[in-house]
Design a protein around this ligand. Structure first.
Ligand code: HEM
Length: 392
């Protein structure tokens, strides 16, 4: 990658969209319309208490006719929504521990083909769950929509589209990476400085877009409704053994819920800038296994690239150091902002919920967990602090 100035096609990174799937399909082949019919109607089916019966009546479909990456991604997305809805079906404590074989068998086969786990992941609900209203119009919130929704009104649209738009705002930075590597190898300090300024710009853009989340996502709907459907079955006392995928495995399996911790873009900046996450890095490393394999390979390839940080240190060039620090500052600001968001969208609603219901300590501890199952504030603060430690 270093010399060519281009990112090889095998990493599935789009020129304009970065890690997001360009032009996701909206329709599956007619044989699979039973899946999309349910996935498109989830909020109503849940509200009217029909969801589980409909899922149980689904025909057992073979995935062999689901050809092509975009069809398979849409299939994985639709089955992911159906699975989350079937397991949780509202917040009434009536949780299903067995996923029926008519969903489990095709879902696990498709997951294996794509190299993704059989649970709704960020690569489904954010990266492959979007369309433009006017195909010739811009990639703006107003001109975009999601393909499938959970209950909670426009909350899923707001959460998924803002995550996608943050991802896209940061994505021009990915294209600069080959230039960064080649300037480090050529020891061209001026060209490196220019390339790093582009990274600074992208991180600022990403923060600007992130700040729009307040306009589109309501904290109470996020906390009380959407968060339930994104929850996984790893470290979750409601499904302590995990979920049994009937007809696939004889024992239940544990998988973490959907979260932007499965986004490749932040990890990409960490690797590039040489941020080291120490003991808390395990969860982020695990989240890589929830990313499309091509994106996991891309992160691995960056790790074997030349060290930007070591080069900046050894250059003794103060201007270069300053612009490197601006990159770190951009990433710290994003993570600081993210902490504020988590306080507004999880911690404060959790406290209100706890007071209202006089919940036990164990229950409120569970609410203090992210959808990925982390003890969220201490984890997120240590990730932010590790980023700060990269300052030179
Ligand atoms: C309502 C909005 C949001 C909430 C409540 C939220 C919550 C969380 C939580 C609880 C975690 C910890 C991991 C887990 O348990 O899942 C996390 C991790 C993470 N989130 Fe968010 N998040 C939000 C929006 C976003 C957005 C829009 C992005 C950017 C696309 C983002 C990027 C990340 C990243 C990269 C991590 C991994 C930790 C890190 O690298 O700093 N989050 N988030």
């Amino acid at each position: 990658m270093e010399g060519s100035g281009k990112i090889p096609a095998k990493y599935h990174i789009d020129e304009d969209m970065g890690f997001a799937l360009p032009h996701p399909l909206k329709e599956l082949p007619p044989d699979y319309s039973a899946w999309t019919a349910i996935a498109r109607d989830l909020p109503r089916l849940i509200e009217t208490g029909q969801l589980r019966a409909k899922v149980e009546k689904l025909p057992l479909l073979d995935i062999d006719d689901l050809q092509g990456h975009r069809s398979q991604r849409l299939g994985h997305l639709a089955l992911g929504y159906i699975t989350m809805a079937y397991v949780w079906d509202g917040d009434n404590g009536d949780v299903r521990k067995v996923l029926p074989r008519n969903v489990a068998v095709p879902y696990c086969k498709l997951s294996e083909k794509l190299g993704l786990p059989p649970i709704l992941v960020y690569a489904d609900c954010v990266l492959a769950n979007w369309k433009k209203k006017d195909p010739n119009g811009p990639m703006t919130y107003e001109n975009m929509d999601i393909l499938f929704s959970f209950p909670g009104g426009d909350c899923s649209k707001g959460f998924f589209l803002i995550s996608l738009l943050v991802e896209i705002a940061a994505s021009p930075a990915i294209k600069v990476i080959p230039t960064i590597f080649s300037t480090v190898q050529r020891q061209d300090q001026e060209a490196l400085q220019r390339a790093l300024l582009e990274i600074v710009f992208c991180l600022k853009e990403a923060l600007r877009v992130f700040q729009k989340i307040h306009e589109y996502v309501d904290p109470s709907l996020f906390f009380n409704v959407l968060r339930i459907y994104l929850s996984g079955w790893q470290g979750n006392p409601q499904l302590p053994d995990g979920l049994l995928y009937e007809g696939v495995w004889d024992t239940p399996k544990k998988f973490a819920g959907g979260s932007a911790a499965q986004s490749s873009i932040f990890q990409c900046f960490d690797v590039l800038l040489g941020v080291k996450h120490g003991s808390k890095g395990g969860f982020l490393q695990e989240m890589r296994t929830y990313m499309p394999p091509a994106h996991q390979s891309f992160l691995c390839s960056l790790e074997s690239g030349p060290s930007l940080r070591d080069f900046v240190i050894s250059s003794g060039n103060d201007d270069l150091k300053e612009v490197y620090n601006k990159c770190v500052e951009g990433l710290v600001s994003l993570r600081d902002y993210h902490l504020q968001i988590v306080t507004k969208y999880i911690l404060i609603p959790a406290r209100q919920h706890c007071r209202k219901d006089e919940k036990s300590e164990e229950q409120s501890d569970q609410e203090n967990r992210g959808t990925g199952g982390t003890n969220l504030m201490s984890f997120l603060k240590s990730v932010r602090n590790a980023t700060q430690e990269a300052f030179l």
